[in-house]
Design a protein around this ligand. Structure first.
Ligand code: FAD
Ligand code: HEM
Length: 396
């Protein structure tokens, strides 16, 4: 239990953190990577370069400080962090490393405001948050390992098949080398691949794009320009190659308890359709109305078109709308350009009683959020994922 004095000292730092939060976390990463190079490999350099990871950590630290007297307010934000940490293999012994560097960074950036009592309060507060995360992460790991087909840490998977879905996206079918059963996942969850490239371990998350319950896990990967892991998977990985995989993780999952009469909108752009494919596979046979809205540049980079057409042909509850913003002459999208309010409205019931899951590049997501809100969809019915650290999403 934190003392009232600790709580008020930490809360008093909130205005400073608001101004300096990102500076603190940027300083923190520089310090930690210098003092503890052993943890560097956990962190994605692209997220460091883009600043998204520093902003995500700063946001979490700030939210914690602001709500330290009523932690239930930040509870909904924790599963995402817990799942990410669990997926990456963050261990309890890493917490003191992060804590020591975070406190040094707070002291360096706050300057005179970082008095001894303030620093002592922050040390205690960090310890309390670390304890919450460590316990929650241990629970996730325990539960996963205990379920049929479950495991903890790395498990070797063989690339059984490699199948191009578009000019840019290729699916990889992964089967466990031990021949054992597979842990059932929730549509929307991701796998974490650990590869050794040029002697360095690199970790990347990939959403599961097929229905659960198959004897494989399927991931579908976009080839990124200069991308290390996607580049390796596209250019070098061959059927028969082995990759190390951490169990399915993630809290961006289809709520299967939603009423089957409530329409589901899956609104995606580019490679953001991968978790939506898994959701569509599961929902289509249930009879629940499902609207699959997908934006791509043109037909050449549009993945899974055939599979979605099969599902729509078989299940009358599936409606599909494709938007291309740079169609080729031979393309026949349902509309050209960006997702407009008119297109979205055509897929919404009059009472706006829907669940809307969306994923794509950040500007697309901001626009989906703004459009859905302006059309009267309730904020709590909107769910989204980022293919990177969580970012603030302001309606465009
Ligand atoms: C929950 C989740 C689910 C995901 N699901 C999918 C999915 O289903 N399919 C999919 O394709 N992807 C998915 N991703 C993204 C995926 O994890 C990788 O981020 C993506 O494949 C790029 O990794 P890479 O190693 O190929 O590229 P990286 O090597 O990480 O590079 C990515 C980009 O950043 C640039 N870059 C790299 N390092 C730096 C640097 N130091 N400075 C400046 N720029 C740099 C590169 O040039 C490149 O353009 C998901 C991510 C998350 C978090
Ligand atoms: C109280 C302590 C901590 C807090 C509040 C915290 C918070 C966060 C947050 C908010 C994210 C972003 C989640 C997302 O949106 O995807 C994150 C990701 C991450 N955290 Fe932590 N974390 C803590 C401790 C640790 C520790 C001890 C480690 C171990 C080294 C660690 C390693 C990571 C890594 C590797 C990522 C993913 C980074 C990336 O995408 O590049 N964290 N954490």
């Amino acid at each position: 239990m934190l003392t009232p004095q600790t709580i008020s000292l930490v809360k008093a730092t909130v205005p400073l953190l608001q101004q300096q939060g990102v500076a603190i976390t940027e300083h923190f990463y520089a310090l930690m990577f210098r003092q503890h190079p052993e943890v560097r490999g956990f962190f994605n350099p692209a997220h460091q370069a883009a600043g998204t990871q520093a902003r995500a950590l700063a946001g979490a630290v700030l939210a914690y400080a602001a709500h330290i007297d009523r932690l239930d307010a930040i509870a909904p934000a924790l599963p995402r962090i817990v799942h990410k940490h669990a997926a990456l293999g963050v261990r309890p012994e890493h917490y003191p490393v992060v804590g020591a560097c975070l406190l040094q960074a707070i002291r360096a950036v706050l300057g005179e405001a970082a008095s001894e009592p303030v620093m002592a309060a922050w040390a205690e507060a960090y310890g309390a948050l670390a304890e919450i995360l460590i316990e929650a992460e241990a629970q996730v790991l325990r539960e996963r390992a205990a379920r049929p087909g479950g495991w903890q840490g790395q498990r070797a998977f063989r690339i059984a098949r490699k199948h191009p879905e578009s000019e840019l996206i290729t699916s990889f079918y992964l089967e466990p080398c031990d021949g054992g059963p597979l842990l059932e996942f929730e549509p929307g969850q991701y796998l974490t691949l650990e590869l050794s490239l040029n002697g360095e371990t690199v970790r990347r998350h990939y959403s599961l794009s097929d229905a659960p319950g198959k004897p494989w896990y399927r991931i579908s990967v976009k080839r990124e320009a200069e991308g290390r892991v996607s580049g390796w998977l596209h250019a070098h990985a061959r059927p028969g190659d082995t990759v190390q995989v951490q169990p399915p993780s993630g809290d961006f999952v289809l709520d299967r308890s939603a009423p089957l009469t409530r329409p589901l909108l899956l609104v995606t752009a580019g490679v953001g359709l991968t978790p939506a494919m898994s959701m569509l596979e599961v929902v289509a046979p249930t009879g629940r109305p499902v609207h699959f809205l997908h934006a791509a540049r043109h037909g050449g980079v549009h993945a899974f078109r055939e599979r979605v057409a099969q599902l729509a042909a078989k299940h009358a509850n599936v409606r599909v709308h494709y938007l291309y913003d740079q169609p080729r002459p031979q393309d026949r999208p349902d509309s050209v350009g960006r997702l407009s309010a008119d297109v979205m409205a055509a897929h919404l019931p009059a009472d706006r009683d829907v669940d809307l899951y969306f994923l794509g590049p950040k500007p697309f997501m901001q626009s989906v959020l703004a459009t859905a809100l302006s059309l009267g969809v309730a904020r709590e019915r909107l769910r989204y994922e980022f293919f990177g650290p969580l970012e603030a999403l302001q309606p465009a």
